[in-house]
Write a protein that binds this ligand. Sequence first.
Ligand SMILES: [Zn+2]
Ligand SMILES: [Zn+2]
Length: 394
Amino acid sequence: MQRYGSQLKSCALLHACIDSVLPVPSPSFYSSVHSISGVWLTGFFFRRRAAAVCRAGGEPLVIEEIVVDPPKAYELRIRIICTSLCHSDVTFWRMKVCFFCPFHCCSSGPRQASQVCDATLQDFPGIFPRILGHEAFGVVESVGEHVDEFAAGDSVVPTFLGQCSECVDCKSDRSNICSKYGFMPRPGMLRDGTSRFSDGSGNPIHHLLGVSSFSEYTVVDVNHAVKMNPVVPPSMACLLSCGASTGKKFGVTHFINPKDLGEKPVRQEIIEITDGGADYCFECIGLAAVMADAFKSSREGWGKTIILGVEMHGTPVSIPSLEILHGKSVMGSLFGGVKPKEDIPILADKYLNKELELEKFVTHEVDLKDINKAFDLLLQGKSLRCTIWMDRLK
Ligand SMILES: [Zn+2]
Ligand SMILES: [Zn+2]
């Protein structure tokens, strides 16, 4: 990894020299000092950095200069090399309300196993300004107290799902959802609920899912980062922090466009093509009606439906109990069942062994300043994954 490590040191030196006169060094400025080897300076003189800020739901992101505070205890500050836009970012971007809250999103600190919450999407106000992005690759710039697992210069992918490796769920093979520091929809840092981002007026900017990668620098909890093999190219490593684990594209033999079927239900077509129903059905877009259709398209006796999408309206799923009685089952899978710290390195090895064709996921590339183009491409159905480069390091 030494490529990015040495580059980062050069940049850190540069920041120390020019922060007092130039708030945000330009990418060309970075490249002009790549050969300078410097003293490792962390945190000191750290000033404003560029970030794409979501000021209001559904509106274009705004490129702003922000302040990224140093990491507190159990936290890392990461220099993001590249990030990409996922459908879940669009879900948060569109929301006029906060993500549903199974674990009391507005409270801070580790979740208690006994906590129960029946809140739905409609129960929470919108949370803006916010830095979106939860799929990224970066290099650790500095670490807070009590961080032994990472050091400055390490290649990492931040993850929206935490892994403490100590709780009942982390120790079990049957779950990938850490019951202590797992999924974190609340808008602040995991442990104290506060933000590490502030805007030009000193007002706080909210985090997203413990990652917030649409920023040159971000701060994440130690449980929300995974070391990455530096041999893996940044844009491929980036995919492993979400898209490659939850996205489904390959192995498709039939594609059905409901518009081509006329009055015929999609489930009927699937049942005919598969001679009785599919063995496995995956719902990836987050719509209750499609989840129910997936279930009804599965085979009696052993058909299994796996819910991967986040139901964006909080609508309950209605499925016939008689079909359950006939042996069909349904289950959910957050992050594709991946335990981040254990499984992401395995996926990286599979990529290096050419068992995972990650390249085919990336259809477009843009710079951070053009991030709204990435939204347009995704919304128009033109891109699968668009890599967003912070300064075009490749
Ligand atoms: Zn995602
Ligand atoms: Zn855990």
